[in-house]
Design a protein around this ligand. Structure first.
Ligand code: NDP
Length: 323
């Protein structure tokens, strides 16, 4: 037997239970891994609450690092004992051991420890595709990043800075503002200020070519008003709830805007894209351009407390769960 956090119903953090589960066996194209660390992500909240659906009972979690314990007969590019990490589905990371399709794993470079590996894969690959593929930012541009002191946020601030881009971060507290500034945000908007008015003031009226909005319902409309004509609205998360249906005519009225609702799953569906994104991410982390801030660590058995902190906006940077 091994241990896992399982949910038997959707609901608040308390639905997560630390249980004995049978040790899984790797199928022909799978790997059995022992987790050294598991990444905590906001998407775990959506799967727990039921905003995103999965069959029950379920072991949630989409990110981890660890060691290969066994390999299916068709897997040739990994070896037992390899240090590996992953981000994305299928869910099942909140466990001491799990099986996973082997083509979802990447080898963790020696320079990157397990905790950092588990913290950086999902949030870092997200920052990579958002800044480099969804809207390819250019040096000299000024962009708007919501939840700038969060897991994805702190990585985006640093990565954008490294690319020569000016970041306007949005956060809820003065302490988070200091943190975002310390990680490359040039300007920070705190709390319930008039977002478009602040962006107008900071950009001298030009507004921004792209907004990266992971907050969702509460900020969608204000974010649209921060865009320059032909700007790109990247709505990539629902921390405040999902964005209701949008009248497309609004996009015309506000200046022929573009809107996309991307997910990491699409951007890493092809193995080549996953590997290319991971290599770019490893590169910026190893050279120190992007520092992964593991600001909270919880035992995996205390995932309930970790979710309470994440949803309560009490975390900054990344959080890992240790089996
Ligand atoms: P964060 O560490 O950023 O935590 C969420 C942050 O959102 C909070 O700290 C808080 O920052 C802010 N927030 C604003 N409104 C609320 C609210 N009503 N309730 C809770 N938090 C709120 O989490 P992650 O880095 O794990 O993820 C960030 C976002 O990116 C999430 O929305 C996630 O779903 C999304 N995401 C999307 C991906 C994709 O491919 N589409 C992939 C990865 C993440 P503050 O207090 O400063 O407002």
């Amino acid at each position: 037997m091994t241990k896992a956090i399982r949910i038997h119903a959707n609901g608040g953090p308390e639905v997560m239970k630390w249980e004995d589960v049978p040790t899984p066996e790797a199928g022909p194209n799978e790997a059995l891994i022992r987790h050294e660390a598991v990444g905590l992500n906001y998407i775990d909240v959506y799967f727990r609450s039921g905003l995103y659906k999965s069959p029950l009972p379920a072991t949630i979690g989409m990110e981890g690092s660890g060691v290969v314990l066994a390999l299916g007969s068709n897997v040739t590019d990994l070896a037992v004992g390899d240090r590996v990490a992953y981000a994305g589905g299928p869910i099942g990371a909140y466990a001491t051991q799990r099986v996973i399709p082997a083509d979802r794993l990447v080898k963790l470079p020696d320079e990157i420890d397990f905790k950092t590996g588990a913290a950086m894969m999902l949030q870092g690959l997200t920052a990579q595709y958002l800044l480099r593929r969804t809207y390819k930012v250019q040096a000299g541009q000024t962009i708007l990043v919501h939840a700038a002191a969060g897991g994805v946020g702190l990585i985006m601030c640093q990565w954008a800075k490294y690319l020569g881009v000016n970041v306007i971060g949005v956060v809820s507290t003065a302490d988070k503002a200091d943190l975002a500034r310390a990680h490359g945000a040039d300007h920070v908007i705190v709390g319930n200020q008039d977002l478009p008015a602040e962006v107008k003031r900071i950009t001298g009226g030009a507004m921004v070519p792209v907004v990266y909005d992971s907050v969702g319902k509460d900020t969608f409309n204000a974010s649209l008003d921060c865009l320059a004509p032909l700007g790109m609205m990247v709505t990539f998360g629902n921390a405040s709830g999902p964005v209701p249906p949008v009248d497309l005519g609004v996009l015309t009225a506000k200046g022929s805007l573009f809107v996309t609702r991307p997910t990491l799953a699409t951007y890493t569906a092809k193995r080549a894209d996953l590997v290319a994104g991971a290599n770019e991410l490893f590169d910026v982390v190893i050279k120190g351009a992007v520092k992964i801030r593991v600001n909270q660590t919880f035992p995996l058995s205390e995932a309930v407390a970790a979710h309470v902190a994440l949803e309560g906006r009490l975390t900054t940077g990344s959080t890992v769960l240790i089996p």
